[in-house]
Design a protein around this ligand. Structure first.
Ligand code: ACM
Length: 701
């Protein structure tokens, strides 16, 4: 393991041998090999190191509360596993702390798990000792994660660099939503993702617990909800308590969502009398389609929901209940004469009717001691100011809600299920540079949430959509605004991805398992090379085919592909760099990669021909080899210092068009890089480029 880490580390460093300049972080710090994500608010690196030895120990002083000792013990175990060193200390207990310990934790008070709690910490490491200081236990948790990420190794052994860090989050709400309704995600999936969230300092897990495809939590008041509406896949109340406890130990709040008044078929399977049109209702196995809604004119609706939310308010300690409120088309309301009569004369639109419904819910939920959260559709005149608005359709509602006095959370731009490049999510800032907002309005913007809608994932693939992209979103929400260099982010993200695997997340190993399955053999290297340059088609293209149901196997090449095809990302970066600084070293890397893709092709195509599930990816393999040859020709022209003939470039047009086509619901992602080489060759000069990277261009758009 240690050797593997060293090799990977050396590889990653070699990828970044040419300086990149972040807006905010000085280049020498970027090149220091600190693999921190989120990047801390203030970092000062010093000469020297604290060597990790058998004598490594941790002591706690002050008033730590319940979370700190367990977290420190987890750090001990992690460092042992990573280094292979057996420490003399096995657990950090409540016994009085030894101020001479190698890591001393000073904490003033336990802290309260809530939004807006002090999460700051400072960390000092010199060659003798490390000292982690925090106001409360939540700050300690974050500081311990930073300490863990600081572990490095070289041929002399494992160590932590001498360093001073002062750190605190930019935004209070750093969330991940997991939709457990479309595809249920068992407790172990949630727990491993909570470990990942804690590693990148996120503090809210939002569970989307009901939708048209399933109702996923036991109600003891209305047991029929899961008996009839879950296909047997739901959390018992004991299981949800276990999840809440597990999250709490890691400083994470669990917010439940029950989507109303639409997206509510799973309620209506057992309670059709509460819907706005007669039943019977059955769980959807498809996605999209009609969106039945609760009958807001029926007093029984409120009796039922009042009892239901009272039960859920008692189960979830967080002060928030998310009531959804999105995508109510109003069709059932329009077609129901009783509802139309109910609206007369004062309720003049479906929006107003929905607002009245939400207000009634909010009154009940507030009486249960909770605040409501809803998707941005609930932002209508008359909504109480305590309601938190979650903006999914755009940033306008984020700012509008904040101006109107609501607290808000950004989700638009963080839909990780849509598999846009991680750089897009990363550069999506709730308050981008240059935004003019009053301080009072700014304060209402709590932060953001990565959204993992689960139509097209199963427990075996969900981690590969959440991670490592969510780590980049976590950095956007935690780190200073000016930490936004895309190439440097990717360099750290690659290594963070490996750290996450160490926590039991499955995005790397399950990709390998799926490729072995598809290849029908264990030698998957040729196929792995292809998967490393493709990613799924983006946005809703897969769902738009209408081919998918809740029972689809989700075990094709597109399910193995991810938003981060590392070889393509690296290749495009090399080309960007080569355009700006056309040096021999970068050219050599580009050449070797192109030759590698060409050399891989015979084995890849043979594997494809043997495997029925892989036939559809053949055009991708063919385009990869064709374009690689074109890339090498472009470099040859550049080496000969002659402009490439226009006829040659014109002759490649069909190949580029073909290469940009999707196949097997995936696309090649190194095409831009090769096209840039052709453009460069046409100019016939290794001219100096604009210096603008691809990621930055997108952000400006
Ligand atoms: C949503 O994506 N309908 C909140």
């Amino acid at each position: 393991m240690a050797k593997l880490i060293l090799v990977v580390f050396a590889l990653a460093l070699s990828l970044a041998s040419v300086p990149a300049f972040a807006d905010g972080v000085p280049a020498p710090l970027q090149q220091a090999g600190l693999n921190l994500m989120p990047w801390p608010a203030h970092v000062q690196l010093h000469e020297g190191r604290l060597a990790l030895t058998q004598q490594f120990d941790i002591a706690v002083t002050g008033h730590p509360g319940p979370r700190v000792h367990d977290a420190a013990t987890r750090l001990l175990q992690h460092l042992q596993r990573r280094s292979g060193i057996a420490f003399s200390q096995h657990a950090v207990t409540a016994s009085p702390g030894d101020k001479q310990a190698q890591l001393v934790i000073n904490v003033r008070r336990p802290g309260v798990l809530k939004i807006g709690e002090d999460e700051s910490y400072s960390l000092h490491i010199d060659s003798r000792q490390a000292v982690l200081t925090a106001e409360d236990g939540l700050g300690v948790l974050h500081g311990l994660q930073t300490f863990q990420q600081l572990l490095q190794s070289d041929p002399t052994g494992y160590y932590l660099p001498a360093i001073d860090i002062r750190d605190k989050p930019r935004f209070q709400w750093r969330g991940l939503m997991i939709d457990v309704a479309r595809h249920f995600q068992p407790v172990d999936v949630i727990e491993r993702n909570l470990r990942g969230m804690a590693a990148v300092k996120m503090n809210v897990l939002h569970l989307h617990l009901s939708d048209n495809q399933g109702f996923r939590i036991e109600s003891k008041v209305f047991p029929e909800l899961t008996e009839q509406g879950s296909d047997g896949q739901y959390y018992t109340q004991d299981q949800i308590k276990q999840i809440i406890q597990y999250a709490d130990e890691r400083g994470i709040i669990v917010v439940p969502e029950f989507d109303l008044p639409a997206h509510a078929v799973s309620f209506f399977v057992s309670h059709p009398e509460l819907a706005s049109a007669p039943g019977p209702y059955h769980l959807y196995t498809r996605f999209g389609g009609k969106n039945p809604a609760f009958d807001p004119s029926n007093p029984e609706t409120y009796v039922f929901l009042g009892r239901f939310f009272k039960e859920m308010a008692g189960l979830f300690p967080a002060p928030y209940i998310h009531i959804g409120g999105d995508e109510n088309p109003g069709t059932q309301w329009n077609n129901n004469p009783v509802i139309q009569a109910y609206m007369q004369p004062s309720i003049t639109s479906n929006e107003a009717l929905q607002t009245q419904f939400i207000q009634k819910l909010a009154a009940m939920i507030t009486a249960d001691g909770k605040q409501i959260i809803g998707w941005d559709e609930i932002l209508q005149p008359g909504l109480e100011k305590s309601a938190i608005i979650q903006s999914w359709r755009g940033k306008d509602s984020l700012y509008q809600a904040a101006r109107e006095g609501h607290r808000t959370i950004l989700s638009n731009g963080y839909y990780i299920d849509l598999l846009y490049p991680t750089s897009d999510n990363y550069l999506n800032d709730p308050i981008p540079p240059g935004t003019h907002l009053k301080r009072s309005v700014r304060r209402n913007i709590l932060g953001g949430e990565a959204e993992m809608w689960s139509e097209l994932v199963r427990p075996g693939t969900i981690d590969s959509r959440i991670w490592p992209t969510t780590a980049a979103i976590a950095e956007r929400l935690w780190s200073p605004q000016d930490v936004r260099d895309v190439a440097w982010m990717y360099k750290r993200l690659y290594l963070v991805n490996l750290q996450l695997e160490d926590l039991g997340l499955t995005q790397i190993r399950n990709q390998g398992a799926l490729l072995r399955q598809l290849a029908g053999q264990h030698e998957i290297e040729p196929l792995q090379m292809l998967v490393d340059v493709i990613s799924p088609v983006r946005g809703y293209q897969r769902m738009a085919t209408g081919n998918y149901t809740t029972h689809s196997p989700l075990a094709s090449i597109v399910d193995a592909a991810t938003a981060n095809p590392w070889a393509a990302i690296r290749f495009n970066e090399w080309v960007d760099r080569f355009v700006d600084h056309p040096d021999a070293d970068t050219e050599q890397k580009i050449r070797l990669q192109l030759e590698g893709w060409i050399a891989n092709d015979p084995a890849l195509e043979a594997l494809i021909d043997r495997s029925p599930d892989l036939h559809s990816v053949k055009p991708l393999a063919q385009s990869l080899v064709t374009l690689s040859k074109i890339g090498l020709q472009a470099l040859d022209y550049l080496d000969r210092k002659q402009a490439a003939p226009r006829a040659w470039a014109r002759g490649t047009t069909t190949d580029f068009l073909q290469a940009r086509e999707s196949a097997a619901e995936t696309k090649l992602r190194m095409v831009d890089g090769i096209e840039q080489l052709v453009v460069m060759a046409l100019k016939g000069e290794r001219s100096s480029g604009s210096g603008v990277t691809r990621g930055e261009e997108k952000n400006g758009g």
